[in-house]
Structure formats: C-alpha cells, structure tokens
Write a protein that binds this ligand. Structure first.
Ligand code: SF4
Ligand code: SF4
Length: 390
C-alpha cells in the first residue's frame, strides 16, 4: 500500500469559494505532475445566502491509483496532513457546513500535521484561539490579510499561489516547489504568480504547538444513535419564546432577550463584529428590527445589546444605525470572548469608552468583497506589494 495525503481547505462560504477551489485544484494538479493521482472536491451543504459560513474543500492525493481509490472509499478524511484556514478568525472554531456543532479548526489535523493560516497576526495569537489537541502539531502562517471577494468577483491577490508555495514548504512529499511553479505557469500563465509562490515558500516558517497550548474549552460533542435506539418518529422542539433580560451583575430585570439555539453557534460565521456606543445610541430600534438573526437583546434600560453568541457579523446594524459611529464593525481577531458589551458598559462606563475607542481602530482592513468602483484596482496592488509578489 502506498501513501495517502489529505489536505482540507477551510474557507468562508461565498467570499472564499473560488480561492478554496484554486488551492485544492492547484495541489492536485501539481501532484499529478509528479506522477501522484489525486482528486479535489468540496463539502458545502449550507444554503448559499449564509455568506461567511465555514465550508471545506479537500485535496486527496496518493502515491498510486489503488491507494487513492481506497482513500476515497469514505465520505471525507478522518484526519488530514494539512489544515489550511484561509481566514484567521476560523481559528476560533467552525460551526460546520453540516451543523455538527462547534468544531475546533484543527480537529482533523493529524499528530505532527500542519495548520496553515493566512494571517497578519503572530503565532501566539492564533495558538491561543485554536483548541488544544492531545498531540503536538505545526503552525505555519502565510503572512497577509485574509482574502475575501464577493459572489461574482474574485480577488486575485495571489493568496492562492502563495498558499500553494507554503504547502510545498511544509509537506514537500506531497508537492515540490518546482511542481507548484510549473502548475501555476500552465494554469494561470502568469510568471509573477510563480514568483509569489517562491517568495511564500522561502518565507513560510513553522512552529510546533504543544498539547498544553491553546484554547482549553471543551469542543461540542455528540454521539450518533444506533439504529435500534432510534424512535419511530422524531420531534424537534422549537425555540422557546424568550423572556426578560437579566443583568447578572445587578440582578436588574426587564427588556427582552429571545431564546436561541444552544447548539448552533452562528458566531463562527463572523469575521467582523459590531461594537455599540451605548452613550450615543438614540434607541431608534432600527438595529433590533433589521438584524437578520434577531441578535439584539433589549436591555432593561431600553438599549440594544448585540448578542455575540448569535451575531453572524453581516454588518446590517452598522449600515442602518442613524448615529455616526454608534455601531462600528471591527475585525473579529481583536476579541477573545463573546461577553455582553452592555454589561461591560454598565459596570465601567469610562473603561468601556476607552475599550471602544481602542477597538474601532481596527475597522478598515476587513471587507467582504468590493464596495466602491476602483477598490479592486487600489487594494490588490497594495496587497501584492506587502506580500513581496511585486
Ligand atoms: S452584524 Fe449586526 S445585524 Fe448582522 S447579525 Fe450581527 S448584530 Fe445582527
Ligand atoms: S440603530 Fe443605532 S441608534 Fe438605533 S437603537 Fe440601534 S444602536 Fe441605537
């Protein structure tokens, strides 16, 4: 029996669909050049309007046909050599494309395997976010802003080829840099992309993450029923109505907090989160009315607190709020918890104001696609220059 290689690309639905496809396809085409058969496929079971929801592509490669066939005889790999996260906020965990409950980003990464992340952040920041594993693994970073595009526009900022260069570095038995470069030239027909892949290869470094490092939270677990344990019919309880907002600090009750699904953690869809300035809020109710996920809890004093377990980060509240800088979308990487902002504001008004000012500094560099004419022409050369591709 030969050797089987598996790579998963975890990406954000819609925004990074083409990027993930380019990477998994590129891995398989490069492996083919070295005589290794492979297959690239996607797992995306959610409705496409859930923009940003974590989804996966896989590249499965083997040293011979028979091993590949054997490897493909299952729905998807149980463990992978490389987990690629093309958005660093995915390190907080993924509510998967098939509603398995919150899963660690590195769940499938095999002992000694690599988690490869596109990020501007230092390894320590990413290690702290990813859940602990029983075994050590490697962390590699492709330096740069995570690449998001829209439904119809692909942001061709060389992230795909830079990731391919990094894959050749961390697992040369899978694909060599030469094979990656030949593939890029044949497929993309752009020598500049070949240079970008080579730069990324040179710059990619890995560090070992030990079992004691990382987020200690216990990931969601479930046990599938055996067929003889199943009932003849299944009833699924609906979400209850909700009730008053209860302030755990003061015991104050009032307002309204809807009941939410305790298992489906929509926050993993988010790459930005709203930060609310409760001092300037005029209680117009627009954010509460327009939020597509009913995320706002109405507080006892009539303010609107975006619930961070439920918010998917769409940015509608920022768009509809009539008060300047009252709701600001901020890079999700700047946060470590999902605590209530209103509770923080109630407890320490001045401290909250300082916190808010510090957080809203981090708003400009995350954008889901392009929002004005000429943004593509402005942004892509800047990203390429920072990455050393130009
Ligand atoms: S970003 Fe705002 S509107 Fe969108 S889900 Fe979150 S709270 Fe609701
Ligand atoms: S839209 Fe803005 S001003 Fe209106 S209630 Fe929401 S946060 Fe307050």
């Amino acid at each position: 029996m030969g050797r089987l290689f598996a790579v998963e690309i975890v990406y954000r639905g819609i925004f990074q669909k083409s990027l993930a496809r380019n990477i998994s396809r590129g891995i398989v085409l490069a492996a083919h050049r070295e005589g290794k058969p492979g297959i690239s496929f996607g797992r995306y079971g959610d409705s496409p309007e859930r923009k940003g929801i974590p989804a996966k592509n896989f590249a499965i490669v083997a040293t011979d046909d028979q091993t590949l066939e054997e490897g493909m005889a299952k729905y998807e790999p149980k463990e992978v050599d490389i987990t690629i996260a093309v958005d660093d906020t995915l390190c907080k965990g993924v509510e998967s494309w098939a509603w398995y409950g919150l899963q660690p980003i590195n769940r499938l990464t095999k002992p000694g395997g690599t988690l490869l992340v596109t990020s501007r952040y230092e390894p320590e920041v990413l290690i702290e976010m990813a859940h602990r594993k029983e075994h050590h693994y490697q962390l590699a970073i492709v330096k740069g802003i995570p690449s998001f595009s829209g439904l119809w526009v692909y942001k061709d900022d060389h992230t795909d080829v830079r990731v391919l260069g990094a894959v050749a570095k961390v697992l040369p038995e899978l694909v060599s840099l030469e094979a990656v470069q030949e593939t890029i030239l044949a497929e993309w027909k752009d020598p500049l992309k070949v240079t970008s892949a080579a730069r990324s290869y040179e710059r990619t470094t890995t560090i070992t993450v030990q079992p004691a490092q990382g987020n200690p939270e216990k990931p969601f677990e479930f046990e599938l029923l055996k067929w003889w344990e199943m009932r003849e019919g299944v009833t699924i309880p609906s979400i209850a109505r909700g009730g008053a907002f209860h302030d755990p600090e003061t015991g104050q009750e009032g307002g309204y907090r809807p009941e939410r699904n305790p298992t489906f953690k929509k926050f993993t869809t988010r790459t930005m989160r709203p930060v609310v300035d409760f001092d300037t809020c005029v209680k117009c109710t627009l954010c509460w009315l327009q939020c597509p996920d009913s995320c706002f809890d109405v507080t006892p004093d009539g303010l609107y607190d975006a619930n961070m377990e439920a918010c998917c980060g769409c940015g509608v509240c920022e768009a509809v709020c009539p008060v300047r800088d009252c709701v600001t979308m901020v890079n999700e990487m700047e946060f470590r918890d999902n605590h209530s902002q209103w509770e923080m504001w109630k407890k320490d008004n001045a401290g909250y104001k300082a916190w808010l000012q510090e957080k809203i500094q981090h708003r400009p560099e995350r954008s889901h696609g392009f929002r004005y004419r000429g943004q593509y022409e402005k942004e892509v050369p800047e990203v390429l220059e920072a990455a050393g591709g130009k």
